[in-house]
Design a protein around this ligand. Structure first.
Ligand SMILES: [Zn+2]
Length: 299
C-alpha cells in the first residue's frame, strides 16, 4: 500500500516534469487560455541612426522658420466600403474618431503638394525647446489608440509621400491576430513610417460616471501602468498622449517621474515654444471636415 502511494506520487511528479519539459504547462493549461493569447509583447529598443532618432537639418532662411506647428490628431481612417452601422452614433453621425479614406488622402496629398514637412518627434521636441529651426510648413501627424487601419489604410498613403507620423498605442490592446487593433507584426511592418509611443497600457477607459481612469486612479497605479506601457514599447518615452485628452496635476508629476519628454492633449491651438511640454495641444481632424476646414487647421 505504502509502496503504491510512493509510486503514484513519483509517477504524477515525473509526468508534470515531462510535460513541462515538452513546453506544455501541465497545470496552467487547465486554468489559463492558450499561451499565444496572453503572451506579452515588446518592441526592440530604438536603434541609433533610425529615422526617428535623426535630426534633419532644414534649410530655413532667417525669418522663415516656423513660430508654431500644428499637431494633427487622427484615430481611424476607413474606406467607405468598410464603414458599418456600428460606426455611427445614435444621432446617425459618424463617430468623431473616423475619417474617410478619401478625405484623408486629399489632406495628405494637399500637405505634399504644398511642400509640408512631417516632423519626427525628436525634431518636434527640439523645435519646442527652441533648439531647432523647422520650416514654416511643418506639421506633426499623430494617430491615437493604434487601430489596424492605420497600417492597412493610412500607411500606404503616407508612405507614397515619404511622410512620417506617430501612433500612440494602447499597449494593452496589442495582441496577435486582432481584427481591430494593430498587431505586433503590423507595428514592426509600419515602422518606416510610424514611430510608436504610449497611450497607456490598460487605463484607456472611463468609469460608469464617465470619468477617465487617469483621473480616478491612484498615482501609483497610473505610474505603474505607464511604466508597463513604456516597457512594452522597448523604452520609448519621448511622448505620451492622455486618453480623451484629459489629465490632472498628479498625471503631470507621474510623467515627469517616468521621464516622458512630451505629453499631448486635445485643444484647437498650434504648438509654439511657450507651451508646457507636458500639455501640448493637438488639433483633431474629424469626419465632416472639408478640405478648406482642414487647411484652416494648419494656419
Ligand atoms: Zn485614445
Amino acid at each position: 500500500m505504502k509502496f503504491n502511494l510512493i509510486f503514484t506520487f513519483c509517477f504524477i511528479t515525473s509526468m508534470i516534469w515531462l510535460f513541462n519539459l515538452m513546453g506544455i504547462p501541465f497545470i496552467n493549461a487547465l486554468s489559463n487560455p492558450p499561451r499565444h493569447l496572453n503572451r506579452e509583447w515588446s518592441l526592440p529598443p530604438v536603434k541609433q541612426g533610425d529615422w526617428s532618432e535623426t535630426l534633419r537639418s532644414f534649410d530655413v532662411e532667417e525669418g522663415e522658420e516656423a513660430k508654431s506647428v500644428a499637431v494633427l490628431m487622427y484615430h481611424r481612417i476607413l474606406a467607405d466600403e468598410d464603414i458599418e452601422t456600428w460606426h455611427y452614433d445614435e444621432n446617425g453621425q459618424l463617430y468623431d474618431t473616423i475619417v474617410h479614406r478619401q478625405a484623408f488622402e486629399e489632406q495628405i496629398d494637399y500637405l505634399a503638394e504644398q511642400g509640408y514637412v512631417t516632423l519626427n518627434l525628436k525634431e518636434f521636441e527640439q523645435f519646442i525647446n527652441g533648439a531647432l529651426d523647422v520650416p514654416e510648413k511643418s506639421v506633426l501627424i499623430t494617430f491615437d489608440d493604434g487601430f489596424k487601419d492605420n497600417y492597412t489604410v493610412a500607411y500606404p498613403i503616407l508612405k507614397r509621400h515619404d511622410f512620417f507620423a506617430t501612433i500612440f498605442l494602447i499597449t494593452g490592446k496589442v495582441v496577435s491576430e486582432d481584427a481591430l487593433y494593430l498587431s505586433e507584426e503590423d507595428i514592426i511592418a509600419g515602422a518606416d513610417v510610424f514611430e510608436y509611443q504610449s497611450h497607456t497600457d490598460r487605463l484607456h477607459e472611463r468609469t460608469e460616471a464617465d470619468i477617465p481612469y487617469l483621473l480616478t486612479h491612484d498615482h501609483r497605479e497610473v505610474e505603474s501602468d505607464v511604466l508597463i506601457s513604456v516597457n512594452k514599447l522597448g523604452g520609448r518615452k519621448r511622448a505620451f498622449a492622455y486618453p480623451y485628452g484629459e489629465y490632472d496635476q498628479a498625471n503631470l508629476t507621474v510623467l515627469n517621474n517616468v521621464g516622458v519628454d512630451l505629453a499631448f492633449t486635445v485643444e484647437y491651438k498650434k504648438a509654439d515654444q511657450e507651451v508646457n511640454r507636458l500639455e501640448i495641444p493637438r488639433i483633431g481632424v474629424y469626419p465632416d471636415d472639408t478640405i478648406e476646414e482642414f487647411i484652416l487647421k494648419l494656419k
